[in-house]
Write a protein that binds this ligand. Structure first.
Ligand code: PLP
Length: 429
């Protein structure tokens, strides 16, 4: 296919008219489709429905340690839940605390606590004279950015590379500026690019020498078992142990949840960290709650049993969503390949496809798609403050719609990409 930039003005005008006609026809169909958020589909949710029955009619609702899960107490989580999530998060059960239903909530709490109380005796961030800053690998997860923006923390973008964040930049910032207090990371099948950090990148994280003693890596391992193909998985080096090995045990908070394993909003969330970090977190937790939902912890453990159970379950998830990813990516290859107007990444796991349009086109594509009946994640959402300097990145979330709806939505999306690109080129010519 001839690249758009190599076409004459007349050819582009002709193409615009053709695309315009197709777009209007789409609009008239009155579609109402949504590719905006990374939510599991109904099929995926149904896979965990038997969990609803594992405690039903069961008179033994005690944990392994004899704690009655119906009652108050055990605010770090019952032992079997710590063993279960510890195995999944590749840390010892005594290095993990089970929270409620949302890991994002735990991250928010960590930032809020650091603002008001500091980190292990440091000055509370809110009392510091200058601007507290966080590094934000971009493109990244919008809700991370929303947390730091909410607390008035200045966000400093760091470019992502195919192996993780640009570590030269990370090291420079972290060791050179004591107002840099954290970095947001999604180290496996990152949101939105699906990048897994290389061993080298993880080791460089473990060996960081921050100017700020209260700097922490916010290691959000949300997609730790979310492979699209279990015969071709990415591996991620485990950071809590790497930090210990590097003599920096307190450098990291590692977060995870079962939101996209069991039920988003009704799963289990956890934080893993060094004993010193956990000691501080427990102090806070004791004030915050007498205990999280232990029946949900018990339910999860009795349903999945162990890591083998989780992997068998996640294979079913992969079988359910892989065709959706493949359909979209094949459509991009076929319809957009060689046109020189877009780039995209073929992820091996996670929940998203990261798409880059020509510069200055993302907002227009999202707008056209919306008017045509398909809601996408807002352009710019993958950047701090919603500001994508190139106005190019769009996050596509394939999991939730049915394959049939997704196929229609993809057809419209591709049309919008072509239309916005042709118009951009014509305007520039
Ligand atoms: N972290 C990342 C990277 C995510 O993509 C998401 C959801 O999309 C979350 C966290 C939300 O996790 P939770 O449901 O545990 O709050």
């Amino acid at each position: 296919m001839k690249a758009y930039r190599e076409r004459t003005r007349d050819e582009l005008c002709e193409l615009e008219a053709l695309l315009e006609g197709k777009y209007q026809a789409f609009k008239e169909r009155g579609l109402r489709l949504d590719m905006s958020r990374g939510k599991p589909s109904l099929d995926q949710l149904d896979l965990a429905m038997d969990m609803m029955d594992v405690l039903h009619g069961n008179s033994d609702l005690n944990s392994k340690d004899g704690v009655d899960c119906r009652n108050y107490g055990e605010n770090v989580g019952i032992r079997e839940a710590r063993e279960f999530l510890g195995e999944m998060m590749e840390v010892n059960p005594d290095q993990i605390i089970i929270y409620g239903n949302s890991s994002l909530n735990v991250m928010y709490d960590r930032v809020a606590y650091s603002m008001t109380h500091g980190v292990m005796g440091s000055v509370p961030w809110a009392k510091l004279a200058g601007n507290v800053k966080f590094l934000c690998p971009v493109p990244g997860y919008d809700r991370h950015f929303t947390i730091t923006e909410y607390f008035g923390i200045e966000m400093v973008p760091v470019p992502m590379t195919p192996t993780g964040p640009d570590m030269d930049a990370v090291e420079r910032y972290v060791s050179g500026d004591e107002m840099i207090k954290g970095i947001w990371c999604v180290p496996k099948y990152s949101n939105p690019q699906g990048v897994t950090y290389s061993d080298e990148v993880v080791r460089r994280f473990a060996r960081l020498q921050p100017a700020a003693k209260d700097f922490r890596i916010y290691w959000d391992n949300a997609y730790m078992v979310h492979h699209l193909d279990f015969d071709d998985k990415d591996e991620l080096l485990e950071l809590v142990k790497e930090c210990e090995r590097a003599g920096n045990p307190d450098l990291v908070y590692k977060f995870a949840s079962t939101s996209k394993i069991s039920f988003p909003g009704s799963g289990l969330a956890a934080v893993a960290a060094s004993h010193a970090n956990l000691k501080e977190i427990k102090k806070h937790l004791t004030v915050q709650t007498i205990g999280h939902d232990k029946l949900n912890q018990l339910r999860h453990v009795r349903f999945y049993k162990n890591m083998e159970g989780v992997m068998a379950h996640m294979k079913k998830h992969a079988d359910s969503i892989r065709p959706k990813f493949e359909m979209i990516l094949d459509c991009f290859d076929e319809e957009l390949g060689g046109l020189g107007i877009a780039e995209w990444i073929r992820p091996k796991g996670g929940y998203f496809i990261s798409f880059d349009s020509m510069e200055g086109c993302a907002k227009e594509i999202v707008k056209l798609a919306k008017e045509g009946g398909v809601v996408l994640t807002g352009a710019g959402a993958t950047y701090p403050y919603g500001r994508d300097p190139k106005d190019a990145n769009i996050r596509i979330a394939p999991t939730n719609p049915t394959l049939e709806d997704l196929s229609l939505a993809t057809e419209l999306f591709v049309l919008c990409v072509k239309l916005a690109s042709v118009r951009k080129l014509l305007a520039a010519a």
